[in-house]
Design a protein around this ligand. Structure first.
Ligand SMILES: *Cc1c(COP(=O)(O)O)cnc(C)c1O
Length: 470
């Protein structure tokens, strides 16, 4: 017996079935325990055994996983989880992860079927947001990477010599609203432009980018010798879910010869609902778009996606020709362009399978319904906030995010109240700052969350707030 395969396949097969049963048991009853609980010291210590010299049995390792890992999860599969922007996963995605693990495909390139699955998934994504089917794209870790790839592509489309020469003192600048996600300034930082090169455009009272300010900032930068190259709109801001005027931003981008990027990390999924078509209008004109399948599409982590309208510009920004990666007309080394031509990763896992199976199983109609149901839960929560004395809705509910303040409490109290709530195990909202005030923020990205769950959260908030006021 050579290699690492077992001598007795029947033993590991039985173990595998047992693990799968445990997974299903957990998923079926996921809402029964606490959303989250702090990991005790002995559980942390139990995981610090050092690199074992002698291997341990799978039974033993699975037992430690069951005892010390599973109970102390992130909580995002639980219906009471409504913090940040997290997907909850599905049993279908879980199975797909297992199947992909069995194939162990490397999707960096070459001619094999896993790449065809990814190509199909990219076509689905392009059609979901209304971009032309001959665009390109690839699956990545998340929207942070997808936004980074977009910024790199946009800047190289402006000046391809950036690839070999670097910025060389060129003062490349881009634009995004003050409400844009932190991964955008970070992308400017990583790209070598510096985070200050992402100009932050103020927002209006409706939390959307001020387009008059955008025009003025572009003009002033030009006059001062800067090189504006892109503008990013957000479809679904991370703080309160606002959708920038994408069509308006696109028009300004075209007038000024700028690349039009959209960060639609979770908002892209709202394209599946007719209700949001008007609000999202202009998204289909994006030169590049970043979004996540692991958020509102409920695909297990991680699964981000970048889409680029001009496939040539996308490849021009990343493709390399290297002797050990020669593309041939036939055989295993055929099938160009390869996915490694569309981003910084060479080795890449088979992320596409879990996307393909999740969307393939539920279909666009049911996914659109799920999106609308999440928004319905958010609307109900917002109504209840408005009807509750002492609570105040701090931002309009465009999609699925509800931000509210608690009267009579300082920001520090609100922050501690949310920490108490997490430790109670009842619910897990997060916080953000809206117009300078600390808000409790419930983002209903979780397909398992119902109004009963948000009611439970709000009841707990009301009780904890009363305790703190007293
Ligand atoms: C979550 C999010 C991101 C970052 O995405 P990751 O998948 O966490 O890297 C970027 N933009 C917005 C609007 C987001 O909500």
């Amino acid at each position: 017996m050579a290699g690492l395969d077992p001598e007795d396949w029947s033993g590991i097969r039985a173990m595998g079935h047992q693990m799968l049963d445990a997974l299903f048991d957990r998923m079926e009853h996921v809402g029964e325990g606490p959303v989250w609980q702090s990991m005790p010291h002995d559980a942390r210590d139990a995981l610090r055994t050092g690199f074992p010299e002698q291997g341990q049995s799978l039974e033993e390792l699975h037992g430690r996983f069951t005892d010390f890992v599973v109970p102390y999860g992130n909580g995002n599969t639980h219906p009471g989880f409504m913090g940040w922007v997290h997907g909850a996963g599905t049993p279908v995605g879980m199975l797909a992860e297992m199947l992909a693990g069995g194939m162990n495909a490397n999707c960096g390139g070459r001619s094999h079927a896993a790449n065809e699955v990814e190509r199909e998934v990219i076509r689905w994504a392009l059609s979901m947001v209304g971009m032309p089917e001959d665009g390109s794209g690839c699956l990545v870790t998340g929207s942070s990477m997808a936004n980074f790839i977009s910024i790199i592509t946009a800047s190289r489309a402006q000046d391809i010599s950036l690839r070999s020469q670097g910025t060389g003192g060129r003062k490349m600048v881009g634009y995004a609203a003050t409400t844009a996600h932190g991964c955008l300034p970070r992308a400017f930082d990583l790209a070598g432009f510096g985070s200050d090169a992402l100009r932050r455009v103020p927002v209006l009272a409706d939390h959307r980018m001020d387009l008059i300010a955008l025009k003025r900032m572009i003009r002033e930068d030009r006059e001062a010798g800067y090189i504006p190259f892109m503008v990013a709109g957000t479809a679904g801001t991370v703080d309160c879910g606002a959708i920038d005027d994408l069509a308006g931003i696109e028009a300004i981008a075209r007038e000024n010869g700028l690349w039009f990027h959209v960060d639609a990390a979770f908002g892209a999924l709202a394209c599946l609902s007719f209700r949001f078509q008007k609000a999202l209008s202009g998204i289909e004109k994006a030169d590049s778009l970043a979004f996540d399948f692991h958020k509102w599409a409920q695909v297990p982590y991680d699964a981000g996606c970048v889409l680029v309208r001009d496939r040539k510009a996308h490849a021009a920004a990343f493709a390399q020709s290297l002797d050990y990666l020669t593309r041939e007309p036939r055989g295993l080394a055929s099938g160009a362009p390869w996915f490694c031509d569309f981003g910084p990763d060479l080795s890449r896992g088979f992320r596409a399978l879990k996307v393909w199976m999740t969307l393939g199983h539920y279909g666009s109609e049911r996914m659109g319904q799920m999106v609308e149901e999440c928004c319905g839960v958010a609307t109900n929560l917002a109504h209840r906030v408005q009807m509750t004395p002492g609570l105040i809705l701090l931002a309009p509910v465009t999609l699925n995010i509800v931000c509210f303040g608690i009267d009579g409490l300082l920001d520090q109290d609100v922050s501690e109240l949310v920490q108490d709530l997490h430790e109670s195990g009842v619910a897990a909202p997060s916080t953000t700052r809206i117009n300078g005030r600390l808000a409790v923020r419930a983002a209903i990205v979780n397909h398992r969350t119902t109004t009963a769950d948000t009611d439970r959260m709000l009841d707990a908030v009301i009780a904890l707030a009363a305790d703190r006021r007293a």
